[in-house]
Design a protein around this ligand. Sequence first.
Ligand code: G3P
Ligand code: MG
Length: 233
Amino acid sequence: MHIIAHRGASGNYPENTLCAIEAALQANVDGIELDVQSCQDNYAIIHDTWLDRTTSGQGKVNTTSLETIQSYDAGMGEAVPSLQQVLSTISTRTIINLELKHTFELNKFVSCIERNISDGTLTRSQLLISSFDHHQLLWLKRQLPWVKIGALTASIPLQYAQFAQQLNAYSIHIDKNFINHEFVHDAKQRGLKVYVYTVDKQQDIEDMLHLGVDGIFSNYPCYAKMILARSMN
Ligand code: G3P
Ligand code: MG
């Protein structure tokens, strides 16, 4: 079962920052999940539509320039990273799951990904793009047929994982409060990997292992790795 650091090692460090990423890399995680948004002139690694909760600034991300966003404190003196900064920080051995948030400028994003692949900063196999907006994923898959996409759901759809198969997704990412045996069975039959968010507690980690999921997103990846190692012995 893969352990993916949710917003970096965000339980102990400010979410979606370079120090949370560094801590996750130190813990030797399998992957790192980060939220990406279009800002006025670039891409910023931040979860909310508004700057207010996670930074010392105020206002909407999509109408603020990257320079202004990066002038704010995202916690412990860290700045909000740009997309390029995180792609350059994470080695090609680690899965990068970019979750596309809200309204998103897809054209420039595709160019950015292609540029980083061609200069060797990023590999195709380490990249996993997810979104709750399945239309975004459909569009992206048409532009980059090789890209692995993860279809996010916060519920159990009537046709289980059918929508993810229709999207030609690599994986389906589901809220831990909804997952059950039927859903995992259905997704596996369709050839999809199953990843579950957000799993922090020992009992939940063990339950996911018994359900046979392929990976979990955790705010405490170091702890999750320890529980997993203990359960395997
Ligand atoms: O990608 C999994 C998870 O991060 C989705 O929800 O709100 O934490 O971005 P959220
Ligand atoms: Mg996320």
